[in-house]
Design a protein around this ligand. Sequence first.
Ligand code: F6R
Length: 258
Amino acid sequence: MEIVILDDSEKVAERAADILEDYVRRGATLGLATGSTPLHTYQALIRRHREEGLSFADCHTFLLDEYIGLSAQHEQSYRETIRREFTRHIDIPDTKVHGPDGSAEDLQAAAEMYEQQMAAAGGIDIQTLGVGRNGHIGFNEPGSSLVSRTRVKTLHPHTVQDNARFFGSPQDVPIHALTQGLGTITEAGHLMLLATGETKAEAVAAMVEGPLAAVCPASVLQCHPRATIICDEAAAAHLKYRDYYRAALATKPSWQHH
Ligand code: F6R
């Protein structure tokens, strides 16, 4: 794993945007996360689109997850959120913004169809991820199989509580979601996980330095050949080897990639 520790969330966003920009220039298939953490990264990319002509015209995008029971047009559906926060500000048509259909009658069929859509697009080149306080990625809550595929998951009460800020009240937050599984996510060519703020420090330490375990779904990044974890000082605060990660990155020889 490449652990990148930067001063603050703005630097995290710029670094993440630099990495994504390389993929965008190649017309890659981008896996997108919603939530607050990547918002500054998306804003940086929108700025590069407007000011530097960065074009997303050749890209496809796939969302990690979607609430069950909200229509795609609901303002808090992840499909609508990513449109509002990112894709409607760049040159990518809605037809190239894909997400699991959380309003489908047959959710199992919708999950299988989503896997097929990703495969038909040639898979995800780079998957952007955030991490939950409890170590979830996507909506793979603690106890998720490390080889799981897209399926229905029940949100942990902490996740419902954390996401209540986007809804009127905790009662309005759906408690089920369709999410890419951990096996699905780890098929992406490159995983880029962003974490900012002290509330993520425990999850980051468990993910990077804890055992590979379903109780910390993000620990599955330890098994990926190309995982980049970009965090600010606050989110890195519980990492035992943080000085080593900083030094290793600062002195990385040009021939060494990961
Ligand atoms: C979002 C997602 C979640 C979030 C995580 C962190 O699509 O899949 O795993 O990345 O809950 O959320 P924020 O960034 O709001 O702290």
